[in-house]
Design a binder for this molecule. Structure first.
Ligand SMILES: [Zn+2]
Length: 67
């Protein structure tokens, strides 16, 4: 059985433009690189994350009931 738990792999702050990407190896968010260097945004920002793409906790697939 394969679990289809979908998680976002990129997010950006709507307030300070901080951008992070998900690092599976370390299991943590890392600051993404921009054209002018890392997009760290503001250190004092509370960060209003805007998840790119359509984020859904679970894949929109109903479990198939097999007889
Ligand atoms: Zn922010």
């Amino acid at each position: 059985m394969t679990r289809t738990l979908r998680t976002p792999n990129k997010r950006s702050c709507e307030l300070c433009d901080r951008t992070e990407v998900w690092d599976e190896d370390s299991g943590a968010w890392r600051v993404a690189s921009g054209d002018d260097g890392p997009r760290v945004g503001s250190l004092h920002c509370i960060h209003e994350w805007d998840i790119n793409g359509s984020f859904a906790p679970f894949a929109g697939r109903r479990d198939a009931v097999e007889g």
